[in-house]
Ligand binder design. Sequence first.
Ligand code: 8YV
Length: 311
Amino acid sequence: MTDILMTGPYPDWDMGDLEAKYRVHKLWQAEDKDALIASHAAAIRAIATRGELGASAALMAKLPNLEIVSCYGVGTDAIDLAYARANGIRVTNTPDVLTEDVADIGIGLLLAVARKIPLADAYVRDGSWRKANMPLVTRVCGKGLGIVGMGRVGAAVARRAAAFDCAVAYFDVRKREDLPYAFVGDLVELARQSEFMIVTLAGGDSTKHIINADILAALGPDGIVINISRGSTVDETALLAALESGAIKGAGLDVFWNEPTIDERFLKLSNVVLQPHHASGTVETRKAMGQLVRDNLAAYFGGHSLLTPVV
Ligand code: 8YV
């Protein structure tokens, strides 16, 4: 049996299959993680990880016979790809299968913040409705939506927003000639034009804090920011200040800088809707993600081409 190291758990249906085929070492269960790694280091040939857990160079360096890192998630920003490349370690991820669910949550969070759906729910439950009608909220349809990052998820958000008659514009490093939406190469300008912004960028150094105080100021007091990318893309200090002062209207956040121990100031705000990094968290998508992780491992160890190679 081939030895694999898992950095965090997958759903039972994946664990069952993985444990039937591989000798699985569960890092998250080990009281002494270094001891677990040290005692199996030479045997471990694969890491099965998750998007937010990744695989650092320090971890990979402890595994001299590591050949592949298979990631349950499309984002590989927490995997040291340069280290993997330099050391001949293959890396796979799970693109495409999660795109539509993540885009759904982008639109869902926007509706939840603008239409105040969580507050409306509380309004009914706590009896406030019997005393007075709920204050009016903000329209979503027909407004200007700026999408930050026009990759797979960005394009799926744009398709949905077009069905809401939103005027869709986007920022990216280059214009997508294959798409009908307005390209705006200056992010401040996109913020100025938009009522809402949905961030769908990949994480990593090149996008760190791309949503900063200047962007939030340009978005303005009627603006709403949705983040379904990585916590790193938003300067949370600037975001919290803008939310607390009313410099923007609200935010819908699936991802945070320090997950799951998020900044407690978010919890006190009524103009945010928070999600526990769960945009891809449907049974349907998670089954497809787990299958793809397992198929990539099976392909690699069966001597076949990887299905979704990153490195
Ligand atoms: C998952 C993700 O929540 O795809 C990604 O990059 O962050 C998410 O789909 C995560 O990888 C599951 O643990």
